[in-house]
Design a protein around this ligand. Structure first.
Ligand code: AMP
Length: 302
């Protein structure tokens, strides 16, 4: 089933202990779409400037990614620059230039309005809600990502948007900040009162935890010997997660657990190379093989 995503399409400058790139295709919606398209057709909603060339677009071509919702306007595309420290756990944002993204007002092409699965990437919660208002069917699942910036500055708008979504994907600091609870499981109960039924807490090299109804499910990060660039790991996780759910076509305890594994698989591939490169060179056999290794990694008998 089709999966709609709204979010940033950007150019990134990235510096890690493994190297440096001055300008590479990035943005949350780019990582998400490339990851999700391995599972289901994706409908992308975003904005780019006239510096986004046919060559940049070709990264998305030949995949199940519909770009009719990618608006092109005069000016420069969103630009982000970041540097990682030696152990890759901390990142310093060196530049965030919104450029054409500053006036982004997402408009869905009519062909997108019946999307059964939706992911609202990390943008202004008012814009996230405006996307939902344009959807003409009752979606099977709506996921959402946000960050401390929106939790602090647009708390009321974010809470209004949370009333309409089912799956919230944030990191542990954001979970604590949003709920005002230090303990993550108490925090989840608090967040469930705001609207979401499923909370996924992304914890970087410590994996991810899902709290859903009365169960908790935990997936480790895949043990990689070399991480070249952690940028987009969370967005690729989200893409793998939602892409798998959309391909399953239903949300239940089993599909949610499997989605956690496929999210972790896609996140782990994304960080093996700079930018989106690894996601573009990935095939289904590699994804399945790694998902099986996840199963071995976590199974035991009592
Ligand atoms: P992640 O590593 O999952 O946080 O995602 C990094 C990606 O998000 C980069 O490719 C950036 O272009 C993009 N990004 C960084 N800051 C923002 C922002 N404030 N809003 C939207 N996208 C952003």
């Amino acid at each position: 089933m089709s999966l709609l995503v709204v979010g940033s399409v950007a150019f990134d400058a990235i510096e890690t202990p493994h190297g440096k790139v001055d300008r590479t295709l990035g943005g949350a919606a780019s990582y998400f779409s490339l990851a999700a398209s391995h599972f289901s057709p994706v409908r992308l909603v975003g904005i780019v400037g006239d510096d986004f060339t046919a060559k940049d677009e070709s990264v998305f071509r030949g995949r199940r990614i519909d770009l009719s919702g990618l608006e092109r306007v005069p000016g420069k595309s969103f630009f982000w620059a970041g540097r990682y420290n030696l152990n890759m756990n901390e990142r310093t944002t060196l530049a965030t230039e919104l450029n054409v993204f500053a006036d982004f007002n997402p408009t869905l092409p009519p062909s997108y309005c019946n999307s059964p699965f939706i992911f609202l990437g990390n943008i202004d919660p008012t814009l996230q809600r405006s996307v939902l208002k344009q959807v003409r069917c009752k979606p099977k699942a709506i996921g959402l990502d946000t960050m401390n910036y929106w939790i602090e500055r647009t708390s009321a708008e974010l809470r209004e948007t949370l009333k309409h979504i089912q799956i919230l994907m944030i990191n542990d600091d954001e979970t604590r900040q949003l709920s005002g609870e230090h303990n993550l499981f108490r925090a989840a109960k608090h967040i469930f009162k705001m609207g979401p039924r499923t909370l996924i807490i992304k914890r970087g090299e410590h994996g991810a935890i899902m709290v859903h109804n009365d169960f908790v499910f935990s997936v480790p990060a895949y043990p990689l010997e070399e991480v070249h660039d952690p940028t987009g790991a969370g967005d690729s996780f989200a893409g793998g997660f939602m892409g798998y759910l959309a391909s399953a076509g239903k949300v239940n305890d089993r599909t949610l657990r499997n989605a956690m594994v496929y999210g972790s698989v896609l996140g782990s591939f994304a960080v093996e190379r700079f930018g989106v490169e690894r996601l573009t060179k990935l095939n289904r056999a590699e994804i399945t093989a790694r998902a099986r290794r996840f199963s071995k990694l976590t199974s035991f008998k009592l």
